[in-house]
Write a protein that binds this ligand. Sequence first.
Ligand code: MG
Length: 382
Amino acid sequence: MSLAPYAMDVARSQGRRHAEPAHPYRDDYHRDRDRIIHSRAFRRLEAKTQVFTRRFSDHFRNRLTHTLEVAQIARTIARALGLNEELCEALALVHDIGHPPFGHAGERKLDALMGAHGDVFDHNLHALRMVESFEQRYAAFPGLNLTFEVREGIVKHSRDYRPDAHPELAEYRLGERPPLEAQLIDLADEIAYNTADLDDGYEAKLLRPEMMRAEVPVFRGLLDQAVSRYPQAAEKLQFNEALKSLIDRLTSDLIEHTRSQLTANHVASLEAVRACPRRLVAFSPAVAEEKRVLQEFLNRRLYQHPQITEERERAVKMLEELFAFFVQQPERLPRAYAAQAKTQPAHRVACDYLAGMTDTYVFRVHRDLLGDLASQPASRLR
Ligand code: MG
């Protein structure tokens, strides 16, 4: 399929940090996607929490299955807009790779712990360090040696960094917007998790259709349509139909509104995308409002549900205890990290080690190092 004039053409890539010969039948973004899939960090997504831990059920999303859903939605949007699907897929598959264990709660906790040392934890920047140096797979270079555009997309996937605040990121064109392929990832992510969390919340019996009907007007409309179309169907299947329509509504709106933004701003080149003062991939104001109401509902009814918060608090407590343990005794870190701690601040090395862990590995290390403190949650959660 031919690319739109504002798409990121692989022929115009700024290339890799370490030059490599071209591959006979895979372009550079294909190869980046393949490298991401073959990385250890990608495999670890399987044992990281999205919202629900494995204690609830094996049917719920984890970060790996969530990532695959984001990739599927992102490719659909990319194709409809004439964007580079391979670049988009690579960016979607890598988008959560820097997330620490226990989802956003784990991220907030690590950031707070680092804050006490005058430092920060940022999952985008952590992801960049993972693909640049932590992944050791190839003899010819450190990290995955990804193309500039994939690294830029990692840095900019969810926010714009101020050039003056981040001189170390100067090469990533911080004063410019990223290509549209990178701009759409964060919104494809939102479509994926908002709808998936409704689904998992329903399966967990924490969210009921009556609740959604009463508090999420867009869902009420879609559920009413599903019920009138399939009046004899089981409740779960009516719910599924409404959920399917919701994914389609959000995705179609994002495509249509972005298209109208491109037209309204006379965007006809990648340069125009980069020079635009704001991001062009966006939901329409009406659908953005529907999405806001939905997110507010999920926050109130699901993410703050005692069954979710109790488990989350126990889990982040373990992170906190392990962080304190390793900062005080960096020699107890695994050998490679202990060696790093001789030349770098212990809090930074401890944070890197903890951030790379899966949920299950946190439980194991906590139990091994801090004993009984962890035995109850570990046996219940694993
Ligand atoms: Mg995500």
